[in-house]
Design a protein around this ligand. Structure first.
Ligand code: FES
Length: 104
């Protein structure tokens, strides 16, 4: 679900489409979306799984505080997708573990 009209906020009608992949499937969002907002607008609610019981996790605080939205982005685990802007060609995957230590 995406808010298209609002009595106070103004949304551009012609926004640039951003192409990315979610679990290897091609999907689209808009310039200015975060990864999480683009996925939520597509109806995708599961971003990660809890460590022990493998319960689904997704959008929760939406301000970068809770880590419920952590995903693997371009091979990097634990990316807080609610505060990470969507970019063309991103590879986004559901995270189901703690993630490996990322060393560049
Ligand atoms: S939803 Fe809480 S950090 Fe992203």
């Amino acid at each position: 679900m995406r808010i298209e009209e609002h009595p106070i906020l103004n949304f551009e009608k012609e926004r640039k489409v951003i192409h990315f992949t979610f679990n290897n499937l091609p999907v689209e969002g808009y310039e200015g979306d975060t990864i999480a907002s683009a996925l939520h607008a597509l109806g995708i609610k599961k971003f990660s799984e809890s460590m022990n019981l493998k319960r689904p996790r997704g959008f929760y605080c939406a301000i970068g505080n809770c880590s419920s939205c952590n995903m693997i982005v371009d091979g990097v685990p634990n990316v807080r997708t609610c505060v990470t802007l969507l970019k063309e060609g991103m590879d986004v995957k559901v995270q189901s573990n703690k993630g490996e230590l990322y060393v560049k």
